[in-house]
Design a protein around this ligand. Sequence first.
Ligand SMILES: Nc1ncnc2c1ncn2[C@@H]1O[C@H](COP(=O)(O)OP(=O)(O)OP(=O)(O)O)[C@@H](O)[C@H]1O
Ligand SMILES: [Mg+2]
Length: 274
Amino acid sequence: MMSQPPIISLKSVTFGYPDVRSLALDGVSLEVAAGEFVAVAGANGSGKSTLARLFNGLLLPGAGNVLIDGKNTRDRENLNHIRETVAMVFQNPESQIVAATVGDDIAFGLENLGLPAEQIGLRVQEAGCRFGLAGLLDREPHWLSGGQKQRTVLAGAVAMEPRVLVLDEPASMLDPCSRKEFMALVRDLWQDGTTVVYLSHDMDEVARAPRMIALSEGKVSFDGDPHDFFSREGLMAETNLRPPLAVRLSRFLASAGSKPPALTLAELVKRACA
Ligand SMILES: Nc1ncnc2c1ncn2[C@@H]1O[C@H](COP(=O)(O)OP(=O)(O)OP(=O)(O)O)[C@@H](O)[C@H]1O
Ligand SMILES: [Mg+2]
């Protein structure tokens, strides 16, 4: 049986912004197979958003190549196919909502694809139901909550039926409850077969992914199972990120074993918080 080519493939990719001395990405190679869920972790300025923008040709590499579904982002004639394959959701929903109503916003990308009006209407209704926006389609996006706005953006991206969803800190402006809701929607999309690349500096989010890639200063410092990453303290220090609460607690409990035992839960909690 022939194995499927990766849906995303980066070969020795380097990217530098004009007039900036250091490289934003430096020799990044990675592959993502169709159907994977990959979290990309990295501190502020590590290169996550730059990487995301390379995935659909918004930025082109200085050196090396980005192949999406086998097609090089450098060739202009590939860009339509690439942008139909990879949909992006960014951090701030305000900057991504373009239309006067929720329904029109979901329809926006579909109109650009040139679909017949009837089909657009159908997909908007479907997306509305799926993302809990059915009763809000005529609403001005301005009046929505942050979580509803970001779900509108996600609905618009998903209505285009992309094979890959790239999400760049999509939940970082949401409250904890909307964040959970949003993550669950993304997980459902993945379970239905969409390839997901989830960029975040929130380690609690990253730790839930089956595979993580860590970026530090524009280089890939880890690519594998999050359990391996979080058991290597040196690696974690290199990425400059705070480990998830469960990891910190596990470490505390392991070190507590060598000390005289706490006699009450209150005492244990007091020590853990110190
Ligand atoms: N438009 C730009 N012009 C110049 N330099 C930029 C630009 N955008 C990003 N950079 C620089 O490139 C590097 C990587 O930035 P990038 O935005 O990709 O990081 P990030 O991991 O997404 O950070 P954050 O967590 O803050 O979103 C940083 O040093 C940043 O200052
Ligand atoms: Mg960013």
